[in-house]
Design a protein. Structure first.
Length: 184
């Protein structure tokens, strides 16, 4: 049986889930649903950052950090699941920007494709910065499938059209996928 790996941009996917009312998902079930019956899931990768904490942290910052750390700890206990964390850098005006997350995501896709560890890369992201990694993976013969989202709400999370065009196959993140992936 051919092998697939699932790559999830946690920041993007959290925005999608927020747009859908924050359903509680079983990420192992989600990963297996994404792979379908035709592929063995080698591993799932989840990329994100822990929330910012000032020094000393406020109670709100500490709670947000603790909740995210608990979520990550649960993901790390799932079979064949790996979490890779970047860091947040201040941008000014109280805003922050993720650092290293896109690079970690891209390197893993390219490295696994060129090493012939997978036949299919299944990605959940919205960022066109991943187009070069998609192209590099496709050059090895790996099929790149994108699970994309287009928010019905103005300003909601949406996948960039350039990324949608760059992949081999695309599927909409829809209510059926969410329902099949819910925690029981």
């Amino acid at each position: 049986m051919e092998k697939a790996a699932v790559f999830i941009d946690g920041g993007f996917f959290l925005k999608v889930l927020g747009d859908l009312g924050y359903p509680r998902l079983d990420y192992a079930k989600l990963s297996d649903n994404l792979c379908g019956s035709g592929y063995q899931r080698l591993r799932s990768y989840y990329y994100d950052c822990l929330p910012f904490r000032s020094e000393p942290p406020t109670l709100e910052e500490q709670k947000r950090y603790s909740n995210k750390q608990s979520f990550i700890n649960r993901l790390e206990l799932l079979p064949r699941f790996e979490v890779k964390l970047g860091r947040l850098a201040p941008r000014g005006n109280g805003k922050f920007q993720q650092k290293k997350v896109d690079v970690l995501f891209s390197v893993d896709i390219v490295q696994m494709s060129w090493a012939k560890l997978i036949n299919r890369a299944i990605i959940i992201t919205g960022d066109s910065d991943f187009v070069p990694a998609v192209i590099a993976a496709k050059q090895t013969g790996v099929i790149v499938e994108l699970y994309y989202y287009k928010s019905p709400h103005p300003g909601g999370p949406s996948t960039h059209d350039e990324l949608i065009k760059a992949v081999d196959e695309r599927s909409l993140i829809d209510q059926d996928l969410i329902d099949r992936s819910r925690q029981t």
